[in-house]
Design a protein around this ligand. Structure first.
Ligand code: HEM
Length: 226
């Protein structure tokens, strides 16, 4: 068991991914069955929209949690699950947006445009979704090769902004009980704080190991042939 946890083989990772894939599908299956059985409450469209939004945010935060979890546990293979989790965030985001376009607004593009321009929580949700599209489109090995690692990483840093916009979107639409959006904001702050802290530690470590500039100059002068 510990060996499986520490260093799973390729085949075991494939199995873990398959199980995770099914787990990630569960909320969608649950909602689809609820819809079919007419068991989503008095306002099923609202239930669907809200559940879709909430799962989008959850998957965004779970995706952001992979790197800190990997650092804390030393389970480096966890990184191999990150792309799937990010793509599930996108899939639930797309379903959430589609529910809004179709079941909430009946593809009334004028009303949708007005909503996006005039209701700040919709503006922010829309911005989050628009930013999510290029990340999903470039989440494959071909895009990483074409963009190059550095540019790909810079682009994918947008996921932090997307998560912040997602929390803001939720915070803005809640009228009374702010507890849930507050909890999401707290989790996001912890995840971003952990990353900032590790980056700072890394910066200090690099400063500590790099030799002072004058010594470096002397070394260079010595090896240049006359
Ligand atoms: C990454 C993108 C997005 C995230 C993370 C997100 C997240 C959320 C969350 C957490 C909720 C609240 C769920 C609850 O009440 O339990 C929500 C509700 C909602 N979102 Fe989004 N959302 C996103 C994009 C969008 C977009 C693009 C639209 C439409 C343009 C949109 C429209 C709505 C609407 C209409 C509601 C329900 C508001 C209500 O019931 O009063 N969202 N969303």
């Amino acid at each position: 068991m510990t060996k499986l946890l520490r260093a799973p083989t390729g085949a075991q990772i494939t199995t873990i991914k398959a199980v995770l894939f099914l787990l990630c599908l569960l909320p969608a299956i649950d909602l689809a069955l609820g819809w079919r059985a007419d068991a989503l409450g008095a306002n099923p469209i609202e239930t669907l929209t809200r559940a879709g939004g909430e799962w989008t945010l959850r998957f965004l935060l779970i995706t952001l949690a992979v790197t800190p979890l990997r650092r804390l546990t030393g389970l480096h293979w966890l990184i191999r699950l990150r792309r799937m989790l990010g793509l599930f965030a996108f899939a639930y985001g797309t379903a959430h947006f589609a529910t809004y376009l179709w079941l909430d607004q009946f593809f009334d593009w004028g009303a949708i445009a007005r909503d996006i321009l005039e209701r700040p929580f919709i503006t922010v949700g829309f911005a989050a979704f628009v930013l999510l599209v290029p990340l999903a489109a470039t989440s494959n090995a071909f895009a990483i090769r074409r963009l190059g690692g550095r540019r790909w990483q810079a682009l994918h840093r947008a996921v932090y902004a997307i998560a912040i916009l997602g929390v803001l979107h939720y915070w803005w639409l809640v009228k009374a009980d702010l507890l849930e959006p507050f909890l999401y904001a707290l989790i996001l702050a912890a995840l971003l704080g952990a990353r900032a802290w590790w980056r700072e530690l890394e910066r200090r470590r690099q400063l500590a190991v790099s030799p002072p500039a004058p010594a470096l100059n002397r070394a260079v002068i010595r090896i240049v042939p006359k």
